[in-house]
Design a protein around this ligand. Structure first.
Ligand code: AMP
Length: 572
């Protein structure tokens, strides 16, 4: 295909603002162009020569482009700069200057799409000493044979400034339209091969059957399976005949691709983070025993001393890191908790059940303490066991649980019914008074625990029970901000009003911030409400009893929760 034909399409796209119009234009191109050209064409519609998840960049700045345009037209750089000042667009300047010059030159040779695409990739791949000169020479090579209009689009593409308003959704719809295929099928294929150019090629060559059988390619990321939100643990566990619970770690989802001694790490947004996590690559070199595989896990930042999980914000400092990588890797070590395997030695494992995949995973990964471990999991006997496991996860500082179906196949890119369910506490916190507690026994003798939480009645100013809390208060101090049972006991002791057996009543003086999973109606607690899985967040010494939350607020939150259907964005 001639590049001038693509230029005509660019002009049509620029003149069409509606999505539907653009979809139609692209569908026509996909129908007419040869299949093997489609991957390149689609990238050129996006204004790039690399797939979205590639780390490669074209890397040409204005200064180099000015030099190249000057050389191509035989002018001084200052003349190009003068034109650029007027147009504000080097593409437009190149077009105008070449048009002026062209009368004196021989007619331009025909450029084809392959040649332009390959040369731009070559420009990007020049590195090291002399690369500035060789990049410039390659641009000059293209511009000196280009028609004025062609030059405009070449310059914009090389500068990564071509904006056609062609987003992925438009190409998806164009493929569906061009080949008469259901949009959902096109999209599902893209989950496995997230590059619509490749998907278009397969659709054209092999139709629906080809799209449905699409295999993943090692080294290329996929859109990973996602979790749906469950209202609570009970309904999540009851959703499946054979549920398995796994800790939900608050880190970053990482897919590790291994092919011989080559490794790639991808986040769930398809970012290539291989360079940012050399420590994880090293670990995987030792731990992954297959020749080729793709395993998935959650990379969790841990405190190097205590090994406790660190919040996601800490890990995020490593994700886009470009310098001092080795230093931050030491400061913020990560532990990869692996939970799935989707590819092994040439075979995609989507059609195996979770149970089978986990058995394969166990044979493929050799855990290394604090570096790579299997996600903690439990097949619960009953709900009680499930609840205890949930509590354990929260008290260890994890985010919650993911409940999975042992019989389910792997479904890329979707929150599917019958797939994964996430259960985590609702984070709308309440500031509550401690109005009672129980003296501990055994290991906890001498400490007050099982704190009774009180919510203020705005009518009477009295505090009414709304829950009992033990989670989140620590046995030992491992971080400065930790509050231990001993600290709590010291604070509460002066306010004990009465005692009966092990139970004490406490004057509402100490206010704490509490997170929980759900507010329930309660016939037993005097407030009429009970917090499910309450968890201590922090002390609120800045608040007195009068500033604690009251019944009106808990009622309002209860109402919101009843009608809640939070929008799922799929983003962290
Ligand atoms: P969310 O980000 O709230 O949609 O929850 C889904 C995310 O939880 C996944 O994409 C993973 O990054 C993360 N996650 C943590 N632990 C697990 C686990 N055991 N299994 C699957 N996903 C997990």
């Amino acid at each position: 295909m001639r590049y001038s034909e693509l230029v005509d399409i660019y002009e049509k796209l620029e003149a069409t603002s509606s999505k539907l119009g653009k979809t139609g234009i692209i569908a026509d191109v996909l129908k007419a162009a040869p299949a093997e050209l489609l991957p390149k064409l689609v990238m050129l519609f996006y204004g790039t020569v690399f797939p979205p998840w590639s780390e490669e960049k074209i890397g040409v700045a204005d200064k180099m482009m000015i030099r190249a345009v000057a050389k191509a037209v035989g002018m001084k750089e200052s003349e190009v700069v003068a034109s650029y000042r007027k147009t504000g667009d080097l593409g437009l300047s190149a077009e105008q200057l070449i048009a002026k010059k062209r009368q004196k030159r021989l007619a331009a040779r025909a450029l084809d799409v392959n040649k332009v695409f390959d040369t731009i990739q070559k420009i990007a791949r020049q590195t090291g000493a002399g690369s500035q000169e060789s990049k410039t020479a390659l641009i000059v090579e293209l511009l000196s044979v280009a028609q004025p209009k062609e030059a405009k689009y070449i310059v914009r593409t090389v500068l990564e400034q071509l904006r056609m308003g062609v987003a992925e959704g438009i190409v998806r719809d164009a493929i569906a339209k061009a080949f008469g295929i259901d949009t959902d099928i096109v999209e599902s294929a893209w989950y496995v091969r997230p590059d619509y150019g490749e998907v278009a090629k397969i659709a054209k060559e092999r139709g629906v059957a080809g799209l449905k059988k699409i295999e993943l390619v090692i080294g290329m990321p996929i859109m990973v399976q996602l979790a749906e939100k469950a209202p609570d643990l009970k309904s999540a566990v009851e959703a499946f005949k054979r549920p398995v619970l796994e800790y939900k770690y608050d880190g970053a989802r990482i897919a590790v691709h291994k092919k011989g001694d080559k490794f790639w790490l991808y986040t769930r947004r398809l970012e290539n983070v291989t360079e940012a996590f050399p420590d994880v690559v090293e670990t995987c070199k030792k731990a992954l025993m297959a020749k080729e595989c793709i395993v998935e896990g959650e990379a969790l930042a841990i405190d190097p001393k205590t090994k406790r999980p660190q919040p996601f914000q800490r890990l995020s400092q490593r994700i886009k890191r470009k310098y001092d990588i080795a230093k931050v890797a030491k400061e913020i070590p990560v532990n990869l908790h692996v939970f799935d395997i989707v590819y092994l030695n040439g075979r995609t494992l989507f059609d195996k059940s979770l149970e089978e995949r986990f058995n394969i995973l166990k044979k493929t990964v050799k855990p290394i303490a604090d570096k790579i471990e299997f996600a903690r999991r439990l097949i619960p006997k009953d709900l009680k066991e499930a609840e205890a496991f949930y509590k354990k996860a929260l008290s260890e500082g994890q985010e919650g649980l993911i409940v999975k179906n042992l019989d389910a196949l792997y479904t890329p890119g979707r929150r599917v019914a019958g797939g994964w369910l996430k259960v985590k506490p609702v984070m709308e916190t309440l500031d509550l008074a401690i109005i009672g507690a129980t003296w501990g026994t055994g290991k906890r003798a001498g400490w007050l625990g099982s704190l009774i939480l009180g919510i203020r009645d705005p009518e009477t100013g009295k505090f009414l029970e709304c829950g009992m809390l033990g989670t989140g208060i620590k046995e030992k101090k491992t971080r400065a901000e930790d509050v231990t049972f001993e600290d709590m006991t010291k604070m509460l002791k002066p306010y004990i009003i009465s005692q009966s057996g092990h139970d004490v009543k406490i004057k509402p003086k100490i206010i704490i911030e509490v997170a929980y999973e759900e507010i329930q109606k309660s016939p037993t607690y005097s407030s009429g409400f009970a917090l499910r899985f309450p968890r201590f967040i922090r002390l609120r010494p800045d608040k007195g009893p009068a500033e604690a939350d009251d019944l009106n607020r808990i009622k309002a939150l209860f109402e919101i929760q009843k009608g809640k259907a939070p929008a799922e964005t799929g983003e962290k």
